[in-house]
Ligand binder design. Structure first.
Ligand code: SAM
Length: 268
């Protein structure tokens, strides 16, 4: 997978935290708690069920004592990462784990193309250098079929979340996550938003851009279709994909043309 970040995604001001001390000290004491309500966590497990495959090699970034993976599926190999060794030691889903402060060192000790999925639950708000971290997610993910799942809610440790996150609405935070994905060379293929009445569930499922940009209609799903129009033997499907509105024109031979340019709408 190629990576595309050339400039920082967050300005110096946007990446500041109220507590500027090292995150390592903040996470020194283990917290054997969950960071969202049960409804959120079961929605997250369902999302993993629908996206991950048995035998997948998974990297659970910014984790703790639970990974929220479905416990009836046996994954190939699960690597955990976080800041507290005692929490990671307790995590029964993990085959191995390591501690690393991603705000000090973003380079992951993992080989290129070595995992099929990266999960990052309830933690993305703490990243001060998300561009470099998402580049690393892209690097370690399998070129052909790698998937990234980033989830979040409205809870956080406010002294440790970056200013850009604290200042944003839930929609703006979701846009921020999608910008991080895009900068890492991913295409957001599914944005999930539900349970606004409780701990809101938000997630972005993202894949290698080049894969999604080819003849792969998995970018089309019930969440991003804006509308469909039929004219003679052509079907025009308008979808929201990444930050653009795309038109897929399908003829009776099912030939697809992707037009990733909002301005094209005016040319039709
Ligand atoms: C709210 S917890 C979420 C843990 C876990 N993903 C879950 O769903 O329960 C936030 C996690 O982010 C990780 N984290 C926070 N700041 C970090 C940093 N600078 N570098 C690496 N990990 C960090 C910590 O390991 C912490 O467990």
């Amino acid at each position: 997978m190629t990576t595309q970040s050339t400039s920082p995604l967050l300005s110096e001001r946007e990446r500041t935290k109220r507590d500027p001390r090292s995150d390592t000290g903040f996470y020194d004491t283990p917290r054997f708690v969950t960071h969202a309500d049960d409804g959120f966590l079961s929605q997250l497990t369902d999302t993993y069920s629908s996206v991950l495959s048995a035998d997948d090699r998974i990297f659970d970034a910014m984790g703790s004592w639970v990974s929220h993976l479905p416990d009836d599926i046996s994954y190939g190999h699960v690597i955990g990462h976080g800041l507290n060794a005692a929490e990671l030691e307790e995590n029964e889903a993990l085959d191995e784990w390591f501690c690393q402060n991603l705000n000090q060192n973003q380079v992951l000790p993992l080989e290129d193309n070595s995992v099929d999925a990266v999960t990052c639950a309830l933690s993305v708000q703490y990243l001060q250098y998300p561009g470099r971290v998402f580049d690393e997610f892209a690097r370690v993910l399998d070129d052909d079929d790698g998937v990234l799942v980033v989830s979040f809610t409205n809870r956080m440790f406010p002294t440790k979340a970056v200013r850009a996150w604290r200042a944003g609405s839930m929609d703006e935070r979701h846009d921020l996550v999608d910008r991080y994905c895009k900068a890492g060379g991913f295409a957001s293929t599914r944005q999930i938003s539900c349970r606004p009445e409780a701990d809101p569930f938000r997630a972005t499922v993202a894949r290698n851009w080049t894969k999604s940009n080819g003849n792969d209609i998995s970018v089309v799903n019930q969440n991003n279709i804006l509308y469909l129009e039929q004219c003679d033997n052509l079907i025009f499907t308008f979808i929201r994909h990444s930050e653009s509105v795309w038109i897929i024109i399908t003829n009776i031979t099912a030939f697809c043309i992707y037009l990733p340019d909002r301005n094209f709408l005016t040319l039709l």
